[in-house]
Design a protein around this ligand. Structure first.
Ligand code: HEM
Length: 138
């Protein structure tokens, strides 16, 4: 009788049940909190870059140099970079866990994702902090 009531496990058949760790709970919470912060950061960024005061037509080297001379915009862009990359990376991790059925496919897709995420995070952070507005004219 009990057997007749059992349901198939959700999502991909090979996904092991989470045990002994609250990682997925915190990851779920992180997606909600980072999502809320990203609404402000990304919509603010889009509004400033594309609509306000001439929008995209006024963006050039001098504009970027002016913005990044302010610690406020450096911090804004740094926060947006880290939250978007970790949020997007963690979201894609979920997509891979849900859809990749072969263990090796799942492993390699996640490896590519993690390497790409770390490279972009490091490069972006390096650019924000080492940007030099005084490039010689010649
Ligand atoms: C603008 C504000 C954003 C909000 C409010 C938001 C909100 C969310 C939430 C709540 C989830 C979890 C959904 C679930 O667990 O079922 C999610 C998933 C996801 N987000 Fe965002 N997000 C935002 C921006 C972004 C950005 C900028 C990226 C890319 C860099 C991104 C990529 C993803 C991906 C790949 C997933 C996984 C989708 C899935 O599980 O099917 N999101 N988002």
């Amino acid at each position: 009788m009990a057997e007749a009531l059992t349901l198939d496990k959700p999502r991909s058949p090979r996904r092991p049940a989470a045990r002994r760790s609250n990682f997925e709970l915190y990851s779920w919470l992180f997606m909600r909190i980072s999502g809320l912060l990203l609404v402000v950061l990304v919509l603010g960024h889009l509004f400033i870059m594309n609509i306000l005061d001439g929008g995209v037509h006024r963006i050039n080297f001098a504009f970027v140099a002016g913005r990044w001379s302010s610690p406020f915009w450096q911090f804004w862009d740094l926060t947006m970079l880290w939250l978007a990359m970790i949020h997007g990376g963690n979201g894609l991790r979920t997509v891979i866990e849900d859809y990749a059925r072969k263990e090796s496919t799942r492993f390699w897709l996640k490896m590519v994702l993690y390497v790409a995420t770390v490279v972009i995070l490091l490069l972006g952070t390096l650019v924000i902090f080492t940007f030099d507005p005084n490039i010689p004219a010649d």
